[in-house]
Design a protein around this ligand. Structure first.
Ligand SMILES: [Zn+2]
Ligand SMILES: [Zn+2]
Length: 173
């Protein structure tokens, strides 16, 4: 959505609320999920732009429903990723360095927040999704999902390095 901030800039309003959705998976927008992830619903965006005696700020929350696979055990997972950010709103031409991440730039009274959301989402969306923090993953030998219990593969034992040398000598015997 492109927000019209004219009334905020000229002081007629002190805040502008907004709430809308961005479609995903269409060719019209750039919201492309990372590999092995699909976004299952439109992105829900809610936020406010405020003007406090000339200091303008944007606060925004975006909710993104996704489906994917656990990076460790490969089980199907789904969830909601919440993207939150706050930015100072600056009028184009008033900043020396417009590439500063703390700012969003208003051009001719308008602010394209979709672009800000897409950029930040690409940066913040986790590259590794897990079914749970303590996911035990798959056995590297038999492939069993260890979240459902241990497999029968022999477990590697922690061996004292000095004993390991001794054991190697014995094995070579
Ligand atoms: Zn897992
Ligand atoms: Zn195993």
């Amino acid at each position: 959505m492109v927000l019209d901030l004219t009334s905020l800039i000229n002081g007629r309003n002190s805040k502008i609320d907004f709430e809308y959705t961005i479609d995903t998976g269409t060719e019209q927008n750039d919201i492309l999920p990372p590999e092995d992830v699909s976004f299952t619903a439109p992105v829900m965006v809610k936020g406010v732009v405020t003007n406090n005696a000339g200091y303008m700020a944007l606060a925004l929350t975006a909710k993104i429903d996704y489906q994917s696979h656990c990076a460790r055990c490969l089980e199907d997972i789904s969830g909601t990723f919440i993207l939150e950010f706050n930015r100072t709103v600056a009028v184009s031409g008033t900043l020396q360095n417009q590439d500063n991440d703390e700012y969003v730039i208003v051009k001719n009274g308008f602010l394209d927040i979709d672009r800000e959301i897409v950029e930040y989402l690409m940066l913040e969306f986790p590259t590794k999704l897990l079914c749970k923090e303590e996911c035990a993953g798959l056995c590297s030998k038999c492939g069993k999902n260890l979240n459902f219990g241990a497999c029968d593969c022999p477990k590697k034992k922690e061996i004292d390095p000095r004993l390991a040398i001794l054991q190697k000598l014995l094995e070579n015997d």
